[in-house]
Design a protein around this ligand. Structure first.
Ligand SMILES: C[S@@+](CC[C@H](N)C(=O)[O-])C[C@H]1O[C@@H](n2cnc3c(N)ncnc32)[C@H](O)[C@@H]1O
Length: 317
């Protein structure tokens, strides 16, 4: 008996369609570029991105719920855990401060961590040293032009925003993958503070396109059929005052009036942190303080996981 998919294909054949014409109906890579041009998909140049991380690398880890920067999205980490074994090599593109790296490294033989931000790499190296992790090679370079050999497992989380030529970037990831590729990225949810900021500036901020669905589409165009799942991810910012949180979100070059207005709009999402919940005992200037405020929001994460078919076949034999 024909399965649902077979029936669908038969019907498409009867209507004169085939796989090639269906794929051509949406050109995902071209759509990505068009959306990047219209602003519906944030796309940063490497220079903009590196400048951003120069200012934010030291506080990046604080965005994640336990404040230590060691909390990758749980389901994404589980997907990676079940893909790796102890003699594997892992290539991680865009490790940032090592949220995933420190979890993956103890499970595998070696990790190659490629990032183009010196500020992030400095944080990562410090963190690896503190955790006594010695099997990670940090590489300063830009994907996809950096020269790295294929690895058993390739992982990248929240990095595709820097790729205007997304098909080239994904193709290079696929080529670098011997066994399994895992890509984690957003579904287009705009955090409350970004929405408020756009309103304050009088900019029209429409929703963002789902990055991860477009990535899945581009992978399909490369004949790479990835599994797709979604999990809720939490981000939070904790600081000594609502103003400090707002300032941390917008950067130092934004005027005080904008920060004050942003604080007013964020108020419903701000809460004072009870003393026993506090993650830190000292403020940035080293003085002890009782005042801590938290801004917390949910942002769903999409997970794409692809196993290279030759090996899949070997595994299932
Ligand atoms: C948003 S952070 C994510 C960090 C980490 N993967 C995580 O989930 O916490 C993105 C990181 O990827 C790096 N990155 C982005 N695009 C890159 C590219 N094309 N080549 C190398 N590094 C890149 C940035 O410098 C930054 O460290």
């Amino acid at each position: 008996m024909a399965t649902g998919l077979e029936c669908q294909r038969e019907q498409e054949r009867d209507r004169g369609g085939d796989d090639a014409t269906r794929t051509a109906a949406i050109d995902f890579a071209a759509t990505w570029e068009r959306l990047a041009d219209t602003g519906a998909l944030d796309c940063w140049t490497p220079d903009e991105d590196r400048a951003y991380w120069r200012e934010h690398a030291d506080s990046y880890g604080e965005r994640f719920p336990d404040g230590s920067g060691s909390s990758p999205e749980p389901e994404a980490l589980e997907t990676i855990r079940s893909a790796v074994s102890e003699d594997d090599s892992v290539l991680e593109l865009g490790p940032g401060t090592g949220r995933y790296t420190v979890e993956i490294a103890p499970l595998v033989d070696r990790v190659t961590a490629v990032d183009y931000s010196q500020a992030m790499l400095d944080q990562l190296r410090e963190r690896l040293e503190a955790a006594d992790i010695t099997n990670v090679d940090t590489v300063s370079g830009r994907w996809p032009t950096v020269d790295v050999a294929p690895h058993d497992v390739v992982v990248t989380a929240w990095t595709m925003y820097s790729q205007r030529e997304v098909a080239r970037a994904l193709e290079a990831l696929v080529t670098a993958t011997r066994k399994t590729l895992v890509v984690v990225d957003g579904l287009g949810a705009v955090p409350p503070h970004s929405r408020h900021l756009a309103e304050i500036r009088g900019e029209e901020r429409t929703g963002q396109a789902s990055r991860v669905l477009l990535l899945a589409g581009v992978l399909e165009e490369l004949d790479v059929h990835a599994d797709y799942s979604v999990e809720p991810a939490v981000r939070e910012h904790i600081d000594v005052s609502p103003e400090a949180i707002a300032r941390g979100l917008v950067g130092s070059d934004v005027d005080d009036a904008t920060v004050t207005e942003l604080v007013a709009r964020l108020e419903p999402d701000l809460e004072r942190v009870e003393r026993e919940e506090q993650t830190y005992e000292t403020s940035d200037d080293g003085t002890s303080t009782d005042d801590r405020w938290r801004y917390r929001y949910e942002i769903p994460a999409g997970i794409l996981c692809w196993h290279r078919p030759e090996l899949e076949t070997e595994h299932t034999r």
